[in-house]
Structure formats: structure tokens, C-alpha cells
Design a protein around this ligand. Structure first.
Ligand code: PMP
Length: 444
């Protein structure tokens, strides 16, 4: 009770608003995909601290790397050379395609996106940035301008120079909302795209052109896009959307930024980075969350050209590149590679999507099942025909039931109508079966 009072009055009191839990869950301990509360009840964690615990809670290998580094050197700043930061930056850069090779280490995703926005403005000399409706890019004063979801916006927050453009939502799209032929979930459903989502791509690009003509003529600094929207509810775009957008933004003098905070580090299964599935090459990639398996870390990776422009000023960060963070980050990369976790995301994720699609067919209130790898959204509706978002009270009831039966999931979407499943990348098919039985019962 005392902890609950502190939580409500002293400790980040507004954060409960981002979940449907009636009361906070008292998390006490974690191991891999499992969490235990203070009464010893075990939960299968399918939200991973919001897609953050990539290789499992307290993964023994990563813990060992952290402890070893803690005994050796906790802190020095990046103004000194120390092996962890140099070796980690080199390792991280080697996972990105040319010409992305200059690394800046930060402490969070918001900070990474703030830095990317600053770089874009310095490099282009322009101010305006474009993001997609439904996007989430952070809560710091600059990044909140990029974030489009009204729920996270304070009326006085700086949105100066930030413009949201329509997002080609697979399910709820303005122009054609059906699943498309090129969607990564094609293994689940046949295309029903005529005259739907794929064909609508051109119209989204047209409205973006119109925005350029009317709102941001010739002074665009950057376009920020998540390869699959995270907080927005696993929203996927038609295959050529990002490619066409990048082309348009570059024609107007802007650069293109991929926010890989949720989609990076193999979570989407088919590729290590989400942008790779869209056949595009960003000028800047921002990352956080899974990079440190829950340890506060983030990064910005860019080209030598942009780094050259940025080098005209001075940028300093006390904690970015902390030796412990770098030791952890390095161990996370080794673990993903050696334990085959990207492959596991592809295999277990496809199984989960396939089985969830069966629940969608069984339950009238499951409107859409989508995503890629272990980045999955289940969009809830009052009925399949109207596609009206399921009211929050009903969402909360299902959410609570799932928790009571021992599984933690997340929520998202512009109307809070999407359940999000982003577990540690080490979950198994048996875990999925356990969840499916629980979810089926809760939906019932
Ligand atoms: N970008 C994306 C895509 C995110 O999902 C988030 C966090 N939900 C952020 C940026 C901000 O990251 P952080 O909370 O670490 O500041």
C-alpha cells in the first residue's frame, strides 16, 4: 500500500495513463521472458518493458559482462579513449550498411531523436521536419514535436516546425484500408488489395506533395519514420511508401531518418534493421530500447558527410558511451548473433501471427492481426464491418484478464485500440501456445 501511494503521488504519477491496468503491477524479479511480482506470481512478459528487453531479463551472459565492467571501470566520459566505447562503436557501425558509419552514443531514444533532428537542421540549414500520423519519437521537448499522438502532447510543448502527414495505415487507412499484397504478413492472408492499400500509396504521396507545396516549401530538414509504427500499433506501410517518401524528401533538400528504436536489433525477423525491408537507405538511423536490453542506452548513426557538417559545432554528452553501457551493448549484440535471436523472431513471430489470425477469424472483436517478427499488433473493434475501435473499458477488461492469467501485453494505437506484443526475442513456441490459450479465453 505504501509503495502504491508513493507511485500515485510522488513517482512519475502520470505514467499509469499509458496502460489499462487498474493498479500498477509490482514487479520484483525477472529472468529471460519471465517476471515475478512481489507475491511471487509469475508472468510471461510479452511486452518486454516496451520492446526493450531484447535478449531476456537478467540474461546471464549480459549480466556477467555488466558485472565484469562494473568491477573494472564505471565511468569515464567520451573525451577519453577507453576500449569499451571505441570497440562498441566499431561493432555497432559494422552492422549498418555503407555509408552509415559514424556513431554517437546517447542514453535514450528521445535523446537520439533530438540529436538526429539537430544534425538534420545543422546539415541542411532548414528547420521543418515531417513525421507520420500515429508516430511516436519521444517525450523530450524536441522529440515531442515529432510525436504525433495527441495523448502525449502537452498543448504548450514545442511542435514548432514539425508537421504530421497522413500515415498509410493498413487497416484504418483513409484511402483503402485493406491488407496489401506486399505486406510482410502475406503468409497469413491473400491480398485483398483492390482498390485498397497498395493502390492507395500514390494518394498518400500526393497529399505529402501537397503539404510541401502549401506548408513547408523548400525548407525541409528531415523526414522521420519508424519502419513499422510501434506505439502507433504495429502499423505497416505499403511496400513502396517509404521509398517514394525518401525520394520526395530528398528532392526537396531534406534528409531521411529511420527511427529504429523499436524495429532495430533483429526484432522484425527478416532483417537486422527495419528499414532494410523497405529497400531504402536512411541518412541517419536512431536507436535505443533493445540496444541495451533495458540498460539506458541509445545511439545515432550517420554518414561521414553529415557528421562533417555537425562537427562544425560542439556536442557533448556526459553519459553517452558509458563503459558499462558499452559492455552491455556489446554483449547484447553477441547474444543476438550467437543465440540466433533474429531467426527466432522470424520463426516464432510467424507462428504467433498465424495462430493469432485464427483467433481473429474466431472472434468478432478482433479486427486485424499484423506485424512482423516479434513486433505484433492486434487491433480490436466493436465488429469487423464497422471497424469502430473497441471502447477503452472493454480493452481494459481483456487486458486485465490476460494479466490475471499470467501474461503481460501492451496497448497502443491512436485510439488505444491495439494490443501490442513485443516480447523478449528469446520466447518459444510453447510460450506462444500459453499466451494464445490465455488470450482466447480473455476474448471469450
Ligand atoms: N522512438 C520510438 C519509435 C519509440 O517507441 C520510443 C519510446 N517508446 C522513443 C523513440 C523514445 O525513446 P525513450 O523512451 O527511450 O526516450
Amino acid at each position: 500500500q505504501r509503495l502504491l501511494e508513493i507511485r500515485k503521488q510522488i513517482c512519475n504519477p502520470m505514467t499509469m495513463k499509458v496502460t489499462y491496468y487498474k493498479e500498477p503491477v509490482f514487479i520484483h524479479q525477472g529472468h529471460m521472458q519471465w517476471l515475478w511480482d512481489m507475491d511471487g506470481k509469475r508472468y510471461l512478459d510479452l511486452f518486454a518493458g516496451v520492446a526493450t528487453v531484447s535478449v531476456g531479463h537478467c540474461n546471464p551472459r549480459v549480466t556477467e559482462a555488466a558485472v565484469k565492467q562494473l568491477e573494472h571501470l564505471w565511468h569515464t566520459t567520451a573525451i577519453y579513449i577507453h576500449p569499451q566505447i571505441q570497440e562498441y562503436a566499431e561493432k555497432l557501425a559494422s552492422l549498418l550498411p555503407e555509408p552509415l558509419k559514424v556513431v554517437y552514443l546517447t542514453n535514450s531514444g528521445s535523446e537520439a531523436n533530438d540529436l538526429a533532428m539537430l544534425m538534420a537542421r545543422v546539415h541542411t540549414g532548414n528547420h521543418d521536419v515531417i513525421t507520420l500520423r500515429g508516430s511516436y519519437h519521444g517525450g523530450s521537448p524536441l522529440a515531442i514535436g515529432l510525436t504525433s499522438n495527441a495523448a502525449y502532447k502537452y498543448p504548450v510543448a514545442s511542435g514548432f516546425g514539425c508537421h504530421n502527414t497522413m500515415c498509410p495505415d493498413v487497416f484504418r487507412g483513409v484511402w483503402g484500408g485493406n491488407q496489401c499484397r506486399d505486406s510482410p504478413v502475406q503468409t497469413i492472408r491473400e491480398c485483398s488489395c483492390s482498390p485498397g492499400h497498395c493502390q492507395a500509396n500514390g494518394r498518400y504521396i500526393e497529399q505529402m506533395k501537397e503539404m510541401f507545396a502549401t506548408t513547408v516549401p523548400n525548407r525541409i530538414a528531415a523526414f522521420f519514420g519508424e519502419p513499422i509504427q510501434g506505439v502507433g500499433g504495429a502499423v505497416q506501410y505499403p511496400k513502396s511508401f517509404l521509398k517514394d517518401t525518401y525520394k520526395l524528401v530528398r528532392e526537396k533538400g531534406g534528409i531521411c531518418i529511420a527511427d529504429e528504436v523499436q524495429t532495430g536489433f533483429g526484432r522484425t525477423g527478416s532483417h537486422f534493421w527495419g528499414f532494410q525491408a523497405h529497400d531504402v537507405m536512411p541518412d541517419i538511423v536512431t536507436m535505443a530500447k533493445g540496444i541495451g536490453n533495458g540498460f539506458p542506452m541509445g545511439a545515432v548513426v550517420t554518414t561521414e558527410e553529415i557528421a562533417g557538417s555537425f562537427a562544425k559545432g560542439v556536442h557533448f554528452n556526459t553519459f553517452g558511451g558509458n563503459p558499462v553501457a558499452c559492455a552491455i551493448g556489446s554483449s547484447v549484440l553477441d547474444t543476438i548473433a550467437e543465440d540466433g535471436l533474429q531467426e527466432n523472431c522470424a520463426v516464432v513471430g510467424t507462428y504467433l501471427l498465424t495462430e493469432l489470425a485464427k483467433l481473429r477469424d474466431k472472434h468478432e472483436i478482433v479486427g486485424d492481426v499484423r506485424g512482423k517478427g516479434l513486433m505484433i499488433g492486434v487491433e480490436m473493434v466493436t465488429d469487423k464491418v464497422s471497424r469502430v475501435p473497441l471502447p477503452k473499458e472493454a480493452m481494459a477488461e481483456i487486458f486485465e484478464d490476460v494479466k490475471d492469467m499470467g501474461v503481460l501485453i501492451g496497448t497502443g494505437g491512436l485510439y488505444g485500440q491495439t494490443f501490442r506484443i513485443k516480447p523478449p526475442m528469446c520466447i518459444t513456441k510453447e510460450d506462444v501456445d500459453f499466451f494464445l490459450a490465455v488470450f482466447d479465453q480473455a476474448l471469450q
